[in-house]
Design a protein. Structure first.
Length: 176
């Protein structure tokens, strides 16, 4: 992109996810969308957080705690409208690095890694005419590979077959 003509139609995005920051971690992504190939945005993300206990303990996993250690994802979203605001559908492939602990075993932990594809529906909204936007989204994922079972002491974490995730990303279009 050496000229303005070449940059026309290319949209660079930077997003932060406030939820991981509230949960003792971080979350951010950078992405690109090129209008010459349609309304598809590709992004890479890195994140970590402490999973809220109510979510980590679903399905009979009482007294377990779960930390998502620094992890990554590749996102592909398709925006249904050519307008700035509107719905998007797509997915991600997440590489998660997880650490499990349990109240009954002080200091003990189990680390696992997993791959999980995720289906996503989102809505992008620009509250001003500038590049700032808000993008709430909902994801539903399933683990397709796990490095090992999470066993802490004599307790084994029993993951749910499907996991849902909701968040609201805050973003900025860097080039429009």
């Amino acid at each position: 992109m050496t000229t303005a003509a070449q940059a026309e139609g290319v949209h660079l995005h930077a997003e932060v996810d406030p939820l991981p920051f509230v949960r003792g971690g971080y979350g951010g992504q950078i992405g690109v969308r090129d209008d010459r190939i349609g309304r598809v945005r590709v992004a890479v993300a890195s994140f970590s957080l402490d999973v809220p206990d109510f979510a980590a303990q679903l399905g009979g996993n009482d007294d377990f705690h779960l930390r998502v250690r620094p992890s990554a994802a590749l996102y592909v979203l398709y925006y249904l409208s050519p307008k700035r605001d509107g719905f998007a559908v797509g997915g991600s492939l997440r590489y998660l690095r997880l650490r499990y602990t349990h109240d009954a075993f002080d200091g003990a932990s189990a680390d696992t890694s997993e791959l999980s594809p995720e289906a996503i529906v989102a809505y992008k909204w620009h509250p001003t005419r500038f590049g700032f936007y808000v993008q709430p989204w909902l994801g539903l994922s399933a683990t397709v590979w796990r490095s090992d079972d999470a066993v802490v002491g004599d307790r084994t974490y029993d993951p749910l077959p499907l996991q849902a995730f909701f968040t609201v990303n805050l973003g900025w279009e860097l080039v429009r």
